[in-house]
Write a protein that binds this ligand. Sequence first.
Ligand SMILES: [Zn+2]
Length: 368
Amino acid sequence: MRSTNPGFVPDSPFVRPLPPEWEAFFCVFPKAELHCHLLGTISRETFSDLVKLAGSPVTEDDISAFYTRGEKPVGVLRIFRALEESILTKPEFLTRITVEHMERVAAQGVRYIEFFWNWTGLARHMSFEAAQSAVAQGLREGQMRFGVIGRSVPAIDREASPEDAVRLVEEMCAHRVPETVGLGIDYRETGHEPENFWKAYRMARKAGFHVTAHAGEFGEHWRNVETAMTLLECRRIDHGYTITDNPALAARARAQGIIFSVVPTNSYYLRTLSDDEWALRHPIRAMARAGLRMFPNSDDPAMHHVSVSESWKLMFNWLGFSLGDLRQCLLSAIDAAWIDDETKARWGVEWTDEFDRLAKALPPLQQN
Ligand SMILES: [Zn+2]
């Protein structure tokens, strides 16, 4: 356990290097990635290319600024707005970025991935049906070429109106495809409380979609987590950190088997905790102490300068999780995945067998 954060400099992996066998282990063991925003996966090169293809006014300097993650990183939402406004103007761009990320994660042991993507901000360029079918095409292509199973999760843009959210769910119901399995909600939580979107969530649940919600991010009050659990009836919560401010709610979440998709590189805590405190005071530790089920995710990997396997590694070499704890995270990720029970049971056995076999072959780590 270390008390000094490694310095979050752009284009530099900020996880402490491990011996090569351990590095390989984190890349190889099977994983599920359930908290990943499609727009947050775009590489710097593809971003530039799409700007040109779309004839967007976004400049190279803008792009450089987007991909700079300083010591106190700002959020990525402004980048997403630029993408929606003038870059992701054609459905084929969505297919391209989906396939590209599936190729990347296939090399990091990811066997199953769910992508959040928003339609509300793209509606000026394309219909929901066109956007969804482009993402679904990317998922099918990714599975065929790289062997990763991918699913689509349209997400409510909470900075837009609750009526826009209802419209999104209406579109999901009118244009069902097997790849789309559930509903999420993202963009800025501050001032955009989850209860505003109860109707869209109720419609989605009634139509048989799974639901999850970003809540308790950006230091927002634990009542947002409570709202996601109760009013929105989410069994899975994205982030959820401020639940640790309310032990009774945490106990309820534990009893109900709520699973949290956490993000070690979340900007808010990098910004608000000092370098010396970050690893020790990150709420992920308190969530673990409270006995909550969780698993790590990359969220916006291209802009966070992190990969899926590095997110898992961060849990190990900065946030105090043991290999045994990571094995539990793996089972939680499988349980939280929106797949059928038979597949869950099979993956639970197969993936942990593989994890155990790989872990057993690791050389002992030197304590320092
Ligand atoms: Zn997120």
